[in-house]
Design a protein around this ligand. Structure first.
Ligand SMILES: Nc1ncnc2c1ncn2[C@@H]1O[C@H](COP(=O)(O)OP(=O)(O)OP(=O)(O)O)[C@@H](O)[C@H]1O
Ligand SMILES: [Mg+2]
Length: 241
């Protein structure tokens, strides 16, 4: 099969190292990670507990800074960006969904989605937030607070918040981990639909084999290093790993 040389690389990591914690608690978490993910690809990040999946997701979302190596996401070199530039980068290019929803409890559903848009300078923040919430089936819950919503509804708010800025990169850390199977599937349908319809790149950390199987390929971590990256897209510089 001819490889598609025109496919853009959305995420490229080269020799990435990450240590976190101070003093005796300092842990060398990621060890020489090199990885390339194409624009529009869905990748499942799998591996044992403690292997560094969440840490890797934080690095490629611009939430943690690598100690060594190069990180390029959505055409932007993250290495060397200061905190403000990283925050701007995330606001523009990365949508993030966590297992525990991470909604702001004192804000309604529509405020949770609209406020980040307002901070990014969008004049139509509330209209856009209402439209995104309606698209995930929550048009009738705009003014509810997180505590007044079910877990699945809260995660749908989080998905709407992640999608609202139309990011090119979507990352999700065990997004169905706190949900029952049917509700979890609804959330994943929303994420895969966004990936397909908007051409976004989707990286999902999961322990769920069914969910990993829905991705174009999986990348398996073990002890902070890439163990296997099956079905690599395109001709792989990844083979250097
Ligand atoms: N802030 C931190 N300070 C020190 N060590 C940390 C920190 N965050 C994570 N670690 C350690 O790094 C390792 C990888 O953690 P990480 O959360 O990335 O694993 P994971 O693969 O997501 O695991 P799980 O499947 O349990 O969520 C673990 O050994 C963890 O204890
Ligand atoms: Mg984790």
């Amino acid at each position: 099969m001819p490889s598609d040389k025109t496919t853009a690389t959305a995420i490229r990591l080269d020799g990435v190292d990450l240590s976190l914690g101070n003093g005796a608690a300092r842990v060398h978490i990621l060890k020489g990670i090199s990885l390339a993910i194409s624009q529009g690809e869905a990748v499942g990040l799998v591996g044992p507990s403690g292997s560094g999946k969440s840490s890797l997701l934080m690095v490629l979302a611009g939430l943690e800074r690598a100690d060594a190596g190069r990180v390029e996401v959505a055409g932007q070199q993250l290495t060397g960006l200061d905190e403000d530039s990283l925050a701007r980068f995330r606001g523009r290019h990365v949508g993030i969904v966590f297992q525990a929803f991470h909604l702001i409890p004192t804000m309604t559903a529509v405020e949770n989605v609209a406020v980040p848009l307002e901070l990014a300078g969008r004049a139509d923040a509330f209209a856009r937030a209402a439209a995104e919430l309606t698209a995930v089936g929550l048009g009738h819950r705009l003014d509810h607070y997180p505590s007044q919503l079910s877990g699945g509804e809260q995660q749908r708010v989080a998905v709407a918040r992640a999608l609202a800025p139309e990011p090119r990169i979507l990352v999700a850390d065990e997004p169905t981990g706190n949900l029952d199977e049917a509700t979890g599937k609804q959330i994943m349908d929303l994420l895969f639909e966004a990936q397909a319809r908007r051409g976004a790149t989707l990286v999902i950390v999961t322990h769920d084999a069914t969910l990993a199987a829905r991705c174009d390929r999986t990348v398996r971590l073990r002890s902070g290093a890439v163990e296997t990256a099956d079905a690599l897209a395109g001709a792989g510089e990844e083979s250097r790993v």
